[in-house]
Design a protein around this ligand. Sequence first.
Ligand SMILES: C[S@@+](CC[C@H](N)C(=O)[O-])C[C@H]1O[C@@H](n2cnc3c(N)ncnc32)[C@H](O)[C@@H]1O
Length: 234
Amino acid sequence: MYESPFVFSKIDKMFCAEHEAEYQQGKLQPFYYNPDKEIKLFHGDSLSILKKAPDTCIDMIFADPPYFGNQSGLVIKRNDGHADTFDTQKATWAYSKSINYQFEFHYTWLKEAQRILKKGATLWVTGTYHSIGVINVVLQDLGFKILNDIILHKRNAPPNFKGSCFRAVTETMLWAKKDSSGRTKFNYKTMKELNGGVQMKNIWEYWAEKNPFRHPATKQPIVLETAILAGNLN
Ligand SMILES: C[S@@+](CC[C@H](N)C(=O)[O-])C[C@H]1O[C@@H](n2cnc3c(N)ncnc32)[C@H](O)[C@@H]1O
């Protein structure tokens, strides 16, 4: 995959300015606001925040929801230059849940996400084998049109610490359109140019940067940059 110099300068319209009054009525205040770059960040439970957003106002959604894959409460010790340890016991949201709970969780936020997307707009959602199957079914049940499953290959993913099965180096990212109506923008030429003049495939390979965060699911900016450049309506 290409190496991009693009540094998030285009995320400047996360929420629509014309609907600002409605957000205020709903008492939804950003915790970060940069008027120069028109960046607003909202922090909270997505299940309630999304409900306060107006219909059909969002150009693109990227989500990295919980995988519900932690069954052991494992404390992972790392020596690969990333965080020293990641205490999965603290991340209670990551604990495994019943299949019913998982369906309900993904159904609730994806239904709201679908409502607020503009006609023809798309959603990118990442997951591991723990979660992506449920998400795939829910997307189809809600009437999203799945455009691609993109394999994210992290070349320097950590090893399987126990040596009990294969080393997991990929995640899946589903790219889905709000529904089957409307025209979806795909910046085909830009993707081809970024990929050295060759049509870009649905396997994106990259090196994860070393980072001080304690969560191993941290997404690399290059993944979001590529998604934004590929499909943003603006
Ligand atoms: C798989 S991790 C994604 C980590 C992310 N890529 C990062 O670099 O921080 C799932 C994230 O979902 C968050 N989360 C879980 N339940 C949530 C909810 N109801 N609303 C908003 N965020 C939630 C967790 O706090 C966690 O940061």
